[in-house]
Design a protein around this ligand. Sequence first.
Ligand SMILES: [Zn+2]
Ligand SMILES: [Zn+2]
Length: 80
Amino acid sequence: MSVGSLIMEPMIVECPRHEGNFDCTPFCNVCEGEQEYEYTETIPCRDCSTPVDHDIWFEELEMCVDCSNKFYTHEDEEEE
Ligand SMILES: [Zn+2]
Ligand SMILES: [Zn+2]
């Protein structure tokens, strides 16, 4: 990693929704079918609209941790 330059250009990242398996449709609320989107530091949870740290949001597929836990609550796996 090099230091010394501020990142001023938008960073384009791959949409978390298609995960290499499915292409997004124009109805994807993340990338609108572009398969990629502009990185922003926080993104609103698709469920409760709370701003979520991008990495978390990405990991949890557009949700905050709380909503993700609720969403997957039917899986009877213990959390770590
Ligand atoms: Zn998408
Ligand atoms: Zn949420």
